[in-house]
Design a protein around this ligand. Structure first.
Ligand SMILES: Nc1ncnc2c1ncn2[C@@H]1O[C@H](COP(=O)(O)OP(=O)(O)OP(=O)(O)O)[C@@H](O)[C@H]1O
Length: 233
């Protein structure tokens, strides 16, 4: 069996002193793609925030890309984030600069000293998401789908062991959502491990993947429906 990239055992997820999810157990192994589904307010974002160090894991066990979520200190968080690519619903690009500079900003902040190496890496990830030709565009000049492509490119910069995506298609129209989903699928097929929170039933049906669901303060694995056997055979 492949190594776990993420492992939660009896983990409690809190927002301040509110228990959002209790005693959750979940293991994500290298190369897997899981959807995280559940109604609004069921705890998807809180779980993802705990995984990228925005919320503390107060009870239970949790490890992610080699970090112990329980023991992790504030100063460890930037190192954790270098090993995780995060994609948000609202892209979170810097609007005062162009595509190239958005990506270079991250590389500089994560210790890439050599200008030519930065340039090569930026073009490599932009090429992967089909945005190489638009490197000079200001982010506000891009469509929502293009902005999300750039945000995905940014998530790939440090060759992360895991991609966490929180409603990555939530701000996109149905057709653009499909295109972004195709891109995430390609990235998965190239070997990346992905956990993606989504509400988008259309995508879940079209791109079938393993699924976990937040409901009633718990996390469940959703058992996939097998195709009905032909009754006459
Ligand atoms: N900053 C916060 N402070 C206190 N409570 C919060 C905070 N953010 C979220 N909550 C509460 O935590 C619970 C889970 O919210 P969360 O955002 O994780 O749900 P979600 O499943 O991601 O919802 P959505 O699909 O709407 O994004 C909700 O009851 C919410 O009101």
């Amino acid at each position: 069996m492949k190594q776990p990239i993420l492992h939660l055992e009896n983990a409690d997820i809190y927002q301040r002193d509110i228990l959002v999810l209790s005693k959750i157990n979940f293991t994500l192994r290298k190369g897997e793609f899981y959807y995280l589904i559940g109604k609004t307010g069921s705890g998807k974002s809180s779980l993802l925030k705990t995984l990228y160090g925005d919320l503390r894991l107060q009870r239970g066990l949790g490890s992610i890309v080699g970090f112990d979520l329980k023991k992790m200190k504030e100063k460890d968080i930037p190192f954790l984030r270098r090993k995780i690519g995060i994609v948000f619903q609202d892209f979170k690009l810097l609007n005062d600069r162009n595509v190239f500079d958005n990506l270079e900003f991250v590389l500089k902040a994560t210790g890439w000293k050599d200008k030519d190496e930065r340039k090569d890496k930026i073009y490599e990830v932009l090429d992967k998401v089909g945005m190489k030709e638009k490197y000079y565009k200001k982010t506000f000049e891009l469509s929502g789908g293009e902005q999300q492509r750039v945000a995905i490119a940014r998530a790939l910069l440090n060759d992360p062991e895991l991609i966490l995506a929180d409603e990555p298609t939530g701000n996109l129209d149905p057709r653009t959502s499909l295109e972004v989903m195709e891109l995430l699928n390609e990235i998965h097929q190239s070997g990346k491990t992905i956990l993606m929170a989504t509400h988008d039933y259309q995508l879940i049906v079209k791109f079938k993947q393993k699924t976990v669901k937040c409901e009633g303060g718990k996390l469940f694995e959703v058992v996939q429906q097998q195709p009905q056997a032909n009754q006459n055979s």
